[in-house]
Design a protein. Sequence first.
Length: 354
Amino acid sequence: MSVYKRGSVYWYEFRFRGRRVRESTGLKNRTAALRAESLRKAELVLGKKGIERKKCPPFDQFVQEEFLPWSEQQHRNGSTHTRYKVSAKPLLRFFGKIRLDEVSVAGIEKFKVRRLQDCSAAGVNRDLSALRFILNFGVQMGYLERNPFQGVKLLPEGPGMMRIVSPEEEKLYLEAAPPILGDVATLILQTGMRPQEVFSIQKADVELEERYLFIPKGKTKYARRTIPLSDEALAVLRRRVEDAEGDWLFPHRGDENRPMPACRSHDTVVGKLGLDFRLYDLRHTFGSRAAMAGVDLPTLKELMGHSSITLTMRYVHPTPAHKTEAIEKLKDWEERTPHKNPHSRLRGSCKSLK
């Protein structure tokens, strides 16, 4: 309980906007002390005494003038700030000029419904996660007493869309891709790296003589790993190490001291070719090809930086041709093996017993 006895009188203690309030009621009756505590909380909420209520800005002003500048400083060398900037756009369009403290559970649920018309459940969840963090920051800054996001559930995403690129599509794509995109795509196809991991490669991460690449950090702690390099991947990295003027092998166009945030030419290339895969699907393609080539799942898990084999299984998608080949192998095995139907032998044995 927040009311307790100290000597002969009751005191109350509670937290208000991150600050501890501990005062004596001067009362000896516990019921009266509880009333005094309630009155004190009401005074603080109304700003009549003690802690003045901080004027709450509009949602768009808070995000643009306080949250995003703070995020840029807080997440200098990562993709987190980029993620918040991208998600801020639909959030600003929807919540706009309403005060930060007027954002409600009902409003968030309406945003979910509206946003689902424009993107997938996974995209909506990324925006919702950004909103939750924005509102948490509002609590830290003293504008909100509590985060209204509490109680809001994210949308079920399911296994997600995974597209495997065929060798024919790969050939067309790499021939049409500009040099930077071609190098990025080749590295993903040859190593299974995430696009953001490719963008973040530094000279110090590459060991050309030993033919491996070290990924110091990434999406999860399991992303930290060492990847052996194929001849194709080694050739790309060797050339980019030699040409790099700074630490990053894929530097930002306007600042060589930062990695590039994305490779926007991908959409242009697949649009011209009439293809329908994402840059990330090249990672799925690596996983599927490795599995079909006979790479065991524990090894594939380590190569791709997954936390579990269960997750790795989502990346294994045998092609129809590979499935047909598997059936042919089974057929060949049965023809080479005597007594190919053990169930027939079992039924015959049962008849003889009768």
